[in-house]
Design a protein around this ligand. Structure first.
Ligand SMILES: [Ca+2]
Ligand SMILES: [Ca+2]
Length: 255
């Protein structure tokens, strides 16, 4: 009996260690104030400004292909654009519309080739939302002023995915930041809820800024597997149409 229990405990421990997805999926981020942006960064990252954020919960990992697929099978989400020629892939020189290789679709890899609308639909299905830009940046910084979620030193294959690999890594394969969040910098870019406005930081609310009221594009953050050091910076902002799909853009959800 004791021997059997021991094996059950060992099996459970092994399962938890081997499959972090069975552990808590989200962490609670404490309320606080931080300096958002980069005073010496690109024009849309200025001015550096103080922002207060209420406590919220955020996914530890980028949403995986398996998680997204469960939403598709539930009849709520539409399939990721792996096969319909809509998804763009960086081939090292330029973006191409091709059928997405199987290497991008493995169950524990971040789902990619999803539009902003698809990302939002998934989060809603989980009774969650996409993070605001401010929530995303606050969570990525984890109380620091670091350039990247791991510190100030430049990217390396151990810290994030480098372009030579030509595809993402399994979600959560690099060290987490100080708040236990994986792959905030790199692996795949992450859709945020906010419309993009280059000037937003000069007039945004100082408490839980929700993003501009209107816009044509939605913001992505964090850089992806093909990104260079400048793109990977926490303060970096980039944007696409909410109907755009790319093999290096995924997302995570907050509540
Ligand atoms: Ca990421
Ligand atoms: Ca930028």
């Amino acid at each position: 009996m004791i021997k059997r229990l021991r094996w059950i405990f060992f099996g459970l421990f092994f399962h938890i260690v081997t499959f972090p997805s069975v552990c808590a999926q989200s962490v609670t981020v404490p309320a606080g104030e931080f300096q958002m942006g980069d005073g010496s960064g690109e024009q849309d990252e200025r001015p550096l400004h103080a922002v207060r954020i209420s406590s919220f919960r955020i996914n530890k990992f980028e949403v995986t292909a398996a998680q997204y697929d469960s939403c598709v099978r539930a009849g709520v989400c539409s399939p990721a654009h792996y096969d319909d020629g809509k998804c763009l892939i960086w081939n090292g020189t330029r973006f191409q519309n091709v059928t997405v290789p199987q290497a991008f679709r493995r169950p524990d890899y971040p789902v990619v080739c999803v539009t902003w609308h698809q990302a939002r639909a998934y989060c809603r299905w989980k009774k969650m939302k996409l993070p605001s830009e401010a929530q995303w940046e606050y969570a990525a910084r984890a109380g620091t002023r670091n350039v990247y979620s791991w510190g100030d030193s430049g990217p390396s294959p151990q810290r994030c995915v480098m372009p030579e690999k030509r595809c993402p890594d399994e979600a959560g394969s690099h060290a987490p930041n100080g708040w236990g969040l994986f792959d905030m910098t790199g692996n795949v870019w992450e859709w945020t809820n906010d419309y993009y406005d280059q000037q937003y930081y000069s007039f945004s609310d100082s408490q839980d800024p929700p993003g501009p009221d209107v816009g044509l594009y939605r913001v992505i953050r964090g850089g992806g597997w093909y990104s260079g050091p400048a793109q990977l910076r926490i303060a970096n902002r980039h944007w696409f149409s909410p109907d755009y799909a790319e093999a290096s853009i995924g997302f995570r959800c907050v509540e």
